[in-house]
Design a protein around this ligand. Structure first.
Ligand SMILES: Cc1cc2nc3c(=O)[nH]c(=O)nc-3n(C[C@H](O)[C@H](O)[C@H](O)COP(=O)(O)OP(=O)(O)OC[C@H]3O[C@@H](n4cnc5c(N)ncnc54)[C@H](O)[C@@H]3O)c2cc1C
Length: 454
């Protein structure tokens, strides 16, 4: 390894998780329920990835439709239950009818993830980035960079790549499709929060509908150089604060250093165009200002690994079920990309009749690997299927399945692609995961948080 002469330290672990987004964080908690050493590495100074960097709503716990079903449970429930204890959760309808969202306070969520790792005994390294990999079938040497100690190695028997960008896969030579390679990549979004919004005035003036039509009008007439004619602006746990997902940055590669730099600059520029538009045009926003931008631009897709199975659009839209399914999804395809006329649109396609599909365990195992799982937004799916199965209740469910699978593979000395799936599904069910479609509203009443609806 060409870094070897600069290595300052070497650690060993049993299960190494790269990235503490929603997928990796849940994987670390689930993996810690076994008897093996678990290490979690994150490039930023806080946990949560997209869940705390820029968002405040978990989608995917509930199916869309008039009669929502709760289709995710287990460790993801524990996280929401903990948030609910401090009053940091409420439910809200999705702006586009894509199902009930679980809205939370993202700053509190950082604390919840931290506490869960400490309680579970996860060895956590923040401010640490994966930069190279030397792998064999039984063990991987991962080289990390931390500004304080320079390059160091973590040796691990099992690897869970939860980096969102599939960084482990990339450095380990695992095959993947890069977003934009065959179909247009989804756009990127800097989210922002505005304080001191007079919500009574806003609602009296027509609320969301009024905002929607004014935004569309400004976009169409060009009175403000808005990048999109629509977007989500919703209440937060903090009083009189609104979170907005409306910025749109396209045509740059977030995996290229020049591309991601341009995207960050453009995302911030657009956010302040929205600020001006809201203050001048939307009743209730007159005395409001941006109080926070997402700590990085939101990237919807980059690398999608080729796994033992690839989830397809047909699997989602035909509500297919699989013998090795390890979680469920009922979310629509929500594809933010350009239409043929070059304009940015969001394309929606719903699973018919409020249905759900199953997601096979095989989508979490990269082809030709024995000790690796790839979870979260880099899991094995086509562009369309990924656009449906990327909500955080699903990425957390991937973490839960991979965490338990990694433990099982060590306990029974089985390869990732050869574990006893009946045993894994039983473990998931015992821990509260939903693997059969429940009756409408079935599970929701058990949770206090499910009654707090705004
Ligand atoms: C703008 C936007 C809006 C969205 N809106 C919603 C919504 O409202 N509700 C919803 O449920 N879903 C939403 N999604 C989708 C959802 O948020 C993501 O699909 C999901 O959060 C991905 O989780 P993840 O854990 O796979 O990845 P991430 O959250 O990206 O986590 C990956 C983690 O790995 C770390 N990492 C990356 N590379 C390295 C490295 N080399 N070394 C160490 N650490 C590394 C990152 O810092 C990060 O913490 C949205 C996505 C975007 C971009």
């Amino acid at each position: 390894m060409h870094f070897t002469k600069n290595i300052t330290k070497t650690y060993s672990t049993d299960i190494l998780i790269i990235g503490s987004g929603s997928a990796g964080s849940v994987a670390a908690i689930a993996a810690s329920m076994g008897k093996h050493k678990v290490t979690l590495v994150e490039r930023y100074g806080f946990p949560g990835g997209t869940s705390t960097q820029m968002l405040d709503t978990f989608y995917g716990f509930f199916t869309p439709s008039e009669e929502p079903k709760k289709i995710v449970g287990g460790v993801p429930d524990l996280i929401v239950n903990t948030l609910a204890k401090s009053g940091d959760v409420f439910l809200r309808p999705n702006s586009y009818g894509a199902g009930t969202g679980v809205n939370y306070n993202p700053e509190r969520l950082k604390l919840v993830w931290d506490s869960a790792f400490i309680q579970a005994g996860v060895q956590t390294f923040y401010h640490t980035s994966l930069v190279a990999v030397e792998k064999s079938d039984s063990e991987s040497n991962c080289v990390f960079f931390n500004k304080g100690i320079g390059f160091f190695v973590i040796k691990s028997k099992r690897i869970i790549d939860a980096s969102g960008d599939g960084d482990y896969a990339h450095w380990a030579g695992i095959a993947y499709e890069k977003a934009g390679e065959f179909e247009p990549a989804q756009s990127m979004t800097t989210t922002f929060r505005m304080s001191n919004v007079d919500l009574n005035k806003y609602k009296e003036a027509g609320g969301k509908q009024m905002m929607k039509s004014k935004m569309a009008n400004a976009y169409q007439t060009g009175s403000y150089p808005l990048p999109r004619k629509e977007g989500s602006a919703h209440e937060m746990c903090q009083q009189n604060c609104i979170s907005t997902v409306a910025v749109k940055v396209t045509d740059v590669d977030p995996l290229d250093v020049e591309g991601i730099t341009l995207a960050e600059i453009e995302g911030r520029r657009q956010a302040f165009i929205f600020e001006e538009f809201f203050r001048e045009e939307i009743p209730g926003y007159e005395n409001s200002k941006i109080i926070g931008l997402s700590s990085q631009i939101g990237v919807r897709e980059t690398r999608r690994v080729y796994g033992e199975y690839r989830l397809t659009k047909e699997d989602c839209m035909e509500a297919r079920r699989f013998k090795d399914e390890v979680f469920l999804c009922g979310a629509p395809i929500e594809d933010h990309r350009k239409s043929l006329d070059g304009k940015e649109e969001t394309f929606w396609q719903y699973v018919p009749n409020g249905g759900t599909y199953g997601v096979p365990y095989r989508t979490l195992i990269p082809k030709n690997t024995l000790n690796t799982w790839v979870i979260g937004r880099c899991f094995s799916a086509t562009h369309d299927a990924h656009a449906s199965c990327r909500s955080m209740a699903q990425t957390m469910s991937m973490g839960q399945a991979a965490g338990f699978a990694a433990v099982q593979s060590l306990d029974y000395d089985q390869d990732a692609n050869n574990i006893d799936i009946i045993k894994l599904r039983k473990k998931l069910k015992d821990q509260g995961a939903v693997l059969e479609t429940p009756l409408k509203n079935a599970d929701t009443r058990r949770n206090g948080w499910a009654n707090n609806f705004k």
